[in-house]
Write a protein that binds this ligand. Structure first.
Ligand code: NAP
Length: 259
């Protein structure tokens, strides 16, 4: 399917690896030029070069921490006038409800709620003036089905989801759509890190931890960044102009609910 977005420009935050990289690759495959961001310059440039080589699109890289005001300003300086914004950042650490203090919540809110809101506030006006834009926020299955050890993530992402619910309806009339993608378990560095922690806690191997968690997914396996990125690219396409303010679950059927 021709997504109809060849030649457009996208900012994909936190995209040197994992789900963000999956989104960047799928957009590049559709002919979209990219601004890619992550903190680590080396992995970022390596991923960007691989995309340039494979898809022939323009890719600008900005090594910066998207959770900070300075990082956001540096990224925005390179991303002025983009048509597509994919918001992403690393997820907060796991723990118990009693572990977290104000500073922990502020860090989680900065990365997973306030950074995407800041990027939207900066880039939505241009999209609205031009009469076309697409925003996709990478959130989590935890918004629909809270994950007890990820209380910081549950909290910050619920806040972003509330903001998007209202904002998406305020900008839709100017041709701009905002939607959230909710990943369940996907095979990335993040899932390896969480599974390693679970394995150590239970005294089992990483492979056993992955097998245990795969057994909770009706599809029987983790999702891939490629599948995730393809859904993101569709939401950014010309065909998705009537999809507004939705939270789309990509979890292999793991969340057992009617809607
Ligand atoms: P990942 O494999 O660890 O990749 C994270 C990417 O984001 C890397 O490119 C990393 O590069 C970059 N990054 C992290 N913090 C950043 C920051 N502050 N500023 C700029 N770039 C940053 O993670 P993932 O699995 O793709 O997860 C992406 C998001 O989805 C996370 O918020 C995660 O919690 C959420 N999620 C993932 C899953 C899953 O199963 N994978 C499930 C539910 C939710 P640098 O470290 O170099 O900055």
């Amino acid at each position: 399917m021709d997504l109809g977005i060849s030649g457009k420009r996208a900012l994909v935050c936190a995209s040197s690896k994992g789900l963000g990289l999956g989104c960047a690759e799928a957009l590049a495959a559709a002919g979209v030029n990219l601004v890619m961001n992550a903190r680590g310059a080396q992995a970022l440039e390596a991923s960007a070069q691989a995309i340039r080589d494979e898809f022939g699109v323009d890719v600008v890289t900005v090594a910066a921490d998207i959770a900070t005001a300075e990082g956001q300003a540096t990224v925005l300086a390179a991303a002025e006038g983009v048509d597509i914004l994919v918001n992403n950042a690393g997820g907060p650490p796991p723990g118990m409800w009693s572990d977290w203090d104000r500073e922990d919540f502020i860090a989680a809110l900065d990365a997973n709620m306030l950074a995407p809101i800041a990027m939207m506030k900066a880039l939505l006006p241009g999209m609205m003036d031009r009469g076309w834009g697409r925003v996709v926020n990478i959130t989590s299955v935890s918004v629909k089905s809270p994950i007890p050890v990820l209380g910081l993530s549950n909290s910050a992402r619920a806040g972003l989801t509330g903001y998007v619910a209202g904002t998406s309806r305020q900008v839709a009339g100017q041709g701009v759509t905002i939607n959230n993608l909710q990943p369940g378990l996907h095979a990335t560095d993040r899932s390896v890190s969480l599974d390693s922690g679970a394995a150590a806690q239970q005294g089992i191997t990483l492979e056993e931890a992955v097998a245990q968690r795969s057994a909770t997914i009706p599809v029987g396996r983790y999702g891939t960044p490629g599948e995730f990125g393809a859904t993101c690219a569709f939401l950014c396409s010309q065909h998705a102009g009537f999809i507004v303010g939705q939270n789309i679950l990509l979890d292999g059927g793991a969340t057992n609910s009617l809607m």
